[in-house]
Design a protein around this ligand. Structure first.
Ligand SMILES: [Zn+2]
Length: 240
């Protein structure tokens, strides 16, 4: 029976390795997700800056058109000034001209503000494009690295599973099935060592008689609380 226990410990060793590899395999794609999230945010930001630039240009065009229209009006009034007959008409035209010139001065100020905003946006656009180029490269490189890591882990898991099958042939089928059920239902841990009289699987204090029986190693002893197969600490240390 000593041999069975040793095989079970070796199986547990393989299952520990499989479990670590599986967890890593699950975790790795999350690294990619994080990088993709960051990249998408940067893309959103680029889109937003481009939209604001477009609005800025539209606004500039609109104001330039207003200035041109006002200038046309001013020209028209100045021509009329040459042919007016009454003082009253002269005054009215002059007041229109002044009014239009004031309007243009206001618009010019707005245009200057828009130009300032435009230059800030252009700088932001340049920065975000640089960032996107850099992060796209990082993302692609990381994706490749992670895919390779996943491939390696997948192979490792398959190899360990094969080793498990080979080992399982060395113990009675019923015992292996029992072990496998424990692995599936007891958080990947079928074998528990005894640490200072306590089951390492569930931290239950074991009866002295159980501890003595496990130390003798002449039968499969299970924890009365969690049903895991108990081994003495020496054996479990040797196998793990
Ligand atoms: Zn236990």
């Amino acid at each position: 029976m000593l041999k069975d226990i040793e095989i079970l410990c070796q199986l547990q060793f393989l299952d520990n390795k499989i479990r670590i590899a599986e967890k890593e395999k699950e975790r790795l794609p999350k690294e990619i997700e994080e990088l993709e999230k960051k990249f998408n945010l940067e893309q959103e930001s680029e889109k937003n800056i481009k939209q604001r630039l477009e609005q800025n240009w539209q606004q500039q065009k609109k104001l330039e058109l207003e200035i041109a229209t006002n200038n046309q009006d001013i020209n028209k009034y100045e021509n009329q000034l040459l042919i007016v007959k009454t003082n009253k008409e002269y005054k009215a035209l002059n007041s229109e001209i002044t009014h239009h010139k004031e309007k243009n001065a206001d618009i010019e100020e707005q245009l200057i503000e828009l130009l300032e905003a435009e230059s800030i946006l252009e700088k932001e656009k340049k920065d975000v494009i640089e960032l996107l180029t850099k992060d796209k490269k990082i993302l692609e490189e990381e994706k490749e690295k992670i895919n390779i890591k996943i491939e390696v882990l997948t192979k490792e898991i398959a190899q360990r599973e094969e080793e498990k099958i080979e080992l399982s042939k060395k113990i009675p089928d019923i015992l292996f099935r029992r072990y496998q059920r424990l692995i599936e239902h007891k958080d990947g841990k079928a074998i528990a060592s005894i640490d200072n009289g306590i089951c390492s699987g569930c931290h239950f204090r074991l009866r002295p008689q159980i501890i003595v029986e496990v130390a003798k190693s002449d039968s499969i002893i299970i924890c009365e609380n969690c049903s895991r197969i108990l081994v003495s600490p020496m054996k479990s240390a040797k196998e793990n």
